[in-house]
Design a protein around this ligand. Structure first.
Ligand code: CA
Ligand code: CA
Length: 454
C-alpha cells in the first residue's frame, strides 16, 4: 500500500475531533462525542467552542460537558488526580467507540476525574491549574496521534505533567521527527508506550522511559493479516490492540509484565529471562506508579517484550523451552507440543549440525504447573534426513524467572524417531525408543545458538 493511502486511513481511523452535543441545559441529558467531521471543523472552526467530556465515579454512564465556566456545576474534583484521554482529530466524524470503555476501566481502578479531549489540551490544563490542580496530578493517555499531542503538551509544561501513556504512538513520519514534535521521555515525569503496529501505523522506536512491545510490536496474534477479512479490521486491528491490551490491564485480568531485552529475536531465543536490571521487579502495564519501575533515575527508552494470547483479555504465560540434543549428522526438525486437555501449543524447532543447544520462548494459556504433557515429533521427512534425534534433555520453565531461578521441569535421554511421536507426561513416556528419565536441569552454558523456530 502506498504511504499516502496509509496516512489518509490513519487520519480517518485515529484522528478525531471532539465536540459535544448539548446536554447541560436540562442537566439530565448526557454529553457525547458527536459526528463533527474534519471538514466541518475546518469550515466552522472560529465558531466552535473547545469543549470537553467529564466522567467520574459519580457519573460513570453519563458524561458531563465540561469547561472552565461550568466547572462548579460538574463532578470535577480538583483534589483528585485527572486522567486525560486524548484521541486527536477524526476526519470522517465517526465516534471513537472505545472512549467510554477506557474511561470506565480507569474509574474502576482509581477515583479520579477522566476528561476526554481532542486538542487544545494545554488551554484546559492552564484553566485547571488556576483552580488548584497540580501538574503532576495529570495523566495523559494518548492513542496514536493523540500520544504525540500528549507529548507536545507535555513539552509546553516543561515535562512537569505527571505521566503520559502512549497507546501505539503514531509512526513512521514521527520516527525521524525532533523530540519536540513527538512523544519522548522528557515530556512528562514518567512516559510509557505500548507498541502493537510498529511496521505500519505505529512508531518503531522507543519513545518513553519504558516501551512495551507486544508480540514484538509489529503484528498481533488474532488479527487477520491475510485472507478475506474486512480491509478495515485487517488494517486497524494491530494498531488498536495497544488500547485493548491497556484496557485489559486496567481490568486486572492478569499481570501483563514486560521483560527487558535488546530485541525481539533475543527475547524469543531465550536470551532475556529476568528483570534483574529492574531490581527483580518487571514493569507491568497498568496504573501502578511508574509501571512498577523503582529505579532512580528512571531508565530511558527501555524496550520491554511480552507475548499475549490472541483475544481479550490477552493473558499468556511465557514458557521457556530448552532442548539439548546429541550432535546431528544431518539437519532435522522437531515439533514440540505442550498440551493440557484440549489446549495445545506447538513450536517447531529447526535443528542444525553445528549446534546442540536450543532455546525458544513461547506463549501458553496455562501456567507451567498446569501443562500436562509434552509431545515431540521428528517432523523432518524427505528434505531433512536425520532419522532419529537423541534428546539429551528437554526442559520447560516459566518467565520471567526470579533472581534465583526456579528449577525447570525436565525430561532426559530419549530418542525421537521420524514418524513416531513421543508423548510424555512428567512421569511417563509413551512410544519413545528409550525410556526417558525425569531429571534435574542440565548445567547451563553461557550462550545458546539462535533458534530457527517457526
Ligand atoms: Ca516531545
Ligand atoms: Ca502490523
Amino acid at each position: 500500500m502506498l504511504w499516502g493511502h496509509r496516512w489518509i486511513l490513519l487520519c480517518v481511523l485515529t484522528a478525531g475531533f471532539t465536540s459535544l452535543s448539548l446536554g447541560v441545559e436540562e442537566n439530565v441529558k448526557c454529553a457525547d462525542l458527536n459526528n463533527t467531521t474534519w471538514q466541518q471543523y475546518r469550515q466552522h472552526r472560529p465558531k466552535l467552542q473547545v469543549q470537553y467530556l467529564l466522567l467520574t465515579r459519580r457519573n460513570l454512564d453519563c458524561a458531563q460537558e465540561f469547561s472552565q465556566e461550568s466547572l462548579n456545576n460538574t463532578h470535577f474534583n480538583v483534589s483528585r488526580p485527572t486522567k486525560v484521554i486524548i484521541h486527536g482529530y477524526r476526519v470522517m466524524g465517526s465516534k471513537p467507540s472505545w472512549v467510554k470503555e477506557l474511561a470506565q476501566a480507569l474509574l474502576r481502578v482509581e477515583d479520579v476525574n477522566v476528561l476526554v479531549v481532542a486538542v487544545q489540551v494545554s488551554i484546559l490544563i492552564n484553566q485547571l491549574q488556576g483552580h488548584g490542580c497540580k501538574l503532576e496530578s495529570f495523566h495523559f493517555i494518548g492513542v496514536s496521534l493523540g500520544a504525540h499531542v500528549a507529548g507536545f503538551v507535555g513539552t509546553l509544561f516543561t515535562g512537569k505533567i505527571g505521566r503520559i501513556t502512549g497507546l501505539d504512538p503514531a509512526g513512521p513520519m514521527f520516527k525521524r521527527a525532533d523530540v519536540y514534535d513527538r512523544l519522548d521521555p522528557s515530556d512528562a515525569q514518567f512516559v510509557e508506550a505500548i507498541h502493537t503496529d510498529s511496521d505500519n501505523f505505529g512508531i518503531s522506536i522507543p519513545v518513553g522511559h519504558v516501551d512495551f512491545f507486544i508480540n514484538g510490536g509489529n503484528d498481533q496474534t488474532g488479527c487477520p493479516h491475510f485472507g478475506l477479512a474486512l480491509m478495515y479490521s485487517r488494517l486497524i486491528c494491530d494498531h488498536m490492540r495497544a488500547l485493548h491490551v491497556y484496557i485489559s490491564a486496567l481490568n486486572g485480568s492478569c499481570p501483563l509484565v514486560g521483560i527487558p531485552c535488546n530485541s525481539y529475536d533475543e527475547f524469543l531465543t531465550g536470551q532475556c529471562l529476568n528483570c534483574d536490571v529492574f531490581k527483580g521487579k518487571c514493569p507491568a502495564i497498568g496504573l501502578s506508579k511508574n509501571s512498577g519501575v523503582v529505579l532512580s533515575p528512571l531508565p530511558k527508552e527501555q524496550k520491554l517484550f511480552l507475548l499475549t494470547s490472541p483475544s481479550s483479555p490477552f493473558c499468556a504465560h511465557h514458557i521457556l523451552l530448552e532442548l539439548e540434543v546429541s550432535p546431528l549428522e544431518k539437519r532435522a526438525e522437531l515439533g514440540v507440543t505442550l498440551r493440557t486437555g484440549s489446549v495445545a501449543v506447538e513450536q517447531k524447532l529447526g535443528l542444525g549440525t553445528g549446534a546442540t543447544l536450543y532455546r525458544s520462548v513461547l506463549a501458553h494459556p496455562m501456567a507451567l504447573c498446569e501443562i500436562g504433557t509434552i509431545e515431540l515429533r521428528n517432523t523432518g521427512s524427505r528434505f531433512y534426513r536425520q532419522g532419529e534425534v537423541h534428546v539429551k534433555s528437554v526442559c520447560l520453565s516459566e518467565l520471567p524467572s526470579l533472581s534465583r531461578r526456579e528449577k525447570p521441569l525436565c525430561v532426559i535421554k530419549f530418542n525421537v524417531r521420524r514418524g513416531t511421536p513421543c508423548h510424555m507426561t512428567w512421569s511417563r513416556c509413551v512410544a519413545c525408543s528409550e525410556a526417558p528419565q525425569l531429571a534435574p536441569p542440565p548445567s547451563r552454558p553461557g550462550s545458546y545458538p539462535t533458534l530457527d523456530a517457526s
